[in-house]
Design a protein around this ligand. Structure first.
Ligand SMILES: [Ca+2]
Length: 503
């Protein structure tokens, strides 16, 4: 009896403390970060600060982005809406110029409306400003992206400044968006393929005082199944690891500032990445190397680590943070259609319960790269719909010039062994539908969509995907075999009218 009373008291104390203290959010997002960490099973790449965070976090093993492209993913993280619903169909910068719809109620906008102090440090890459306002902002819009996204001493100082300007009665939402470990050979080749030399103290590289670069030998790196095992790719991965050491040490500095300002016991901390790593089948793809993401969630005063196998989406971040702040998602319409969040809060996710599925939606990356894809993924299966399947899969400028892809191109042209699990022809030309049995084929090698044994699975997944597209007002719902008519006499009954185009 006494034991039970003590247990109830302890439970009450724990809930009470959580209710009183739980008021802030720190969201840390890596740029093109993957699973090159001990916590996700890579013993070579040294990431002690992420490991430390993981030791007191829920480690999600089945977390997925809804789109494997930077701006679209960041817009989805900050709005809880897939790219086809929030309007950020491709990259935001320069000629690409994609933006979310003006009426979208993003997280930072909702935070401002509720008088929660919002800050962004690092890569913003979304717009327009009126949809994504922050009270405290140091981003590529007004600074060098390498300074605010890779110079971890500068990032530490900005986090310090954020906390110094904070009114302590005010809750905060701080979004630290590192630019590491993104490639930089396309824009700043002088710093190496992954900017792994930027700030390393060598002549002409500048110095980041807080960074102690880790170096790796190409022969020591772990080559994932989707990357060709060649000396070139190994050197590329070794550079990526060095940049990851800067990200990891930067995260350590941010968390140290959080502690020094006494917010380590009242802040929900989430760590994830916007999209897959910049290698074949990774970024801009919705195969698992492009879609699966690291995801750690630390609750205030959490002192233990636990693993969750639950299927989670980066679309779940907005519902999670809104529940955390007890903010209701507003009722409103976008382009005349009511808006609902399709994600779920993860605050109750500690019981290892399994969600049915996650969904993904990709349209472009760069403006020239129109290749819409829709995906549903369960624990056991993945169904991919390549809407523009008759077109070769497009390749972005940054990835094109990378050593790994150049090596792959050269080896293919010269008819040499590629040491890759695919060939370029299959990579470029994909069937309209791809279905993978992930329990037997976790590397997504064998498309079973036309296998009669999977007919009912295919039908079920197609129905789930269609339902999600309807619930998220996907304008591509009839593509590629029909045209959606939803105005005039079709207003009350939107219909896909057939094109008879043979698809
Ligand atoms: Ca990215």
């Amino acid at each position: 009896m006494m034991k039970n009373i003590i247990f109830v008291l302890l439970l009450f104390k724990s809930l009470f403390c959580t209710i009183i203290l739980a008021k802030n959010v720190l969201l840390i997002v890596a740029d093109d970060g993957g699973f090159e960490t001990q916590v996700y099973g890579n013993p070579v790449c040294k990431t002690p600060h992420l490991d430390k965070l993981a030791s007191k976090s829920t480690i999600f093993k089945n977390a997925f982005t809804s789109v494997s492209s930077c701006s679209p993913s960041r817009s989805s993280i900050l709005t809880g809406l897939p790219q086809h619903q929030n309007g950020m169909y491709g990259l935001h910068q320069d000629i690409h110029h994609f933006n979310s719809f003006d009426e979208v109620k993003s997280l930072s906008k909702l935070m401002k409306m509720k008088n929660i102090y919002s800050g962004i440090i690092g890569k913003k890459h979304v717009g327009p400003e009126n949809v994504y306002p922050f009270d405290f902002a140091y981003t590529e819009e007004t600074n060098s992206i390498n300074q605010v996204g890779r110079n971890i001493t500068k990032i530490k100082d900005l986090v310090h400044e954020f906390f110094s300007t904070l009114n302590h009665s005010q809750p905060f939402f701080l979004y630290v968006a590192f630019h590491d470990p993104h490639r930089c050979g396309h824009t700043n080749p002088e710093y190496g393929e992954f900017c792994e030399k930027f700030g390393n103290g060598e002549e002409g590289m500048g110095i980041i005082p807080d960074w102690k670069p880790e170096h790796y030998k190409p022969e020591d790196v772990i080559v994932p199944y989707f990357i060709p095992d060649t000396p070139t790719a190994r050197a590329d991965i070794a550079a990526q690891y060095t940049t990851l050491s800067r990200l990891d040490q930067g995260i350590g500095l941010v968390l140290k500032e959080l502690k020094e300002f006494n917010h380590d016991n009242d802040t929900l901390v989430i760590y994830t990445s916007d999209n897959g790593i910049p290698f074949p089948s990774g970024r801009t793809n919705l195969y698992d190397p492009g879609m699966a993401e690291p995801f750690l969630m630390h609750l205030p005063q959490q002192t233990y680590s636990q693993v969750s196998e639950e299927m989670v989406s980066l679309l779940d971040i907005v519902p999670t943070i809104l529940e955390w702040f007890n903010v209701k998602y507003p009722d409103y319409k976008l382009n005349g259609m009511p808006v609902q969040l399709s994600g779920k809060s993860l605050l109750q996710s500690t019981s290892l319960k399994k969600s049915e599925a996650v969904f993904a939606s990709h349209n472009l990356h760069e403006v020239t790269m129109y290749y819409p894809i829709r995906v549903v993924r369960t624990n056991s299966y993945k169904l991919i719909h390549n809407l523009n399947f008759k077109m070769p899969f497009p390749i972005d400028q940054d990835f094109f010039i990378s050593p790994t892809f150049q090596d792959l191109l050269n080896r293919t042209v010269e008819k040499k062994e590629t040491h890759w699990y695919k060939n370029l022809t299959d990579y470029y030309y994909r069937p309209e539908w791809e279905l993978f049995d992930l329990e037997k084929d976790s590397n997504e090698r064998y498309n079973v969509v036309n296998n009669a044994a999977y007919h009912s699975i295919r039908t079920t997944l197609q129905k789930m995907l269609l339902d999600w597209q309807i619930s998220t007002n996907d304008p591509w719902i009839c593509s590629p075999s029909g045209v959606l008519e939803n105005k005039g006499r079709f207003k009350e009954n939107p219909t896909c009218l057939p094109l008879y185009n043979g698809v």
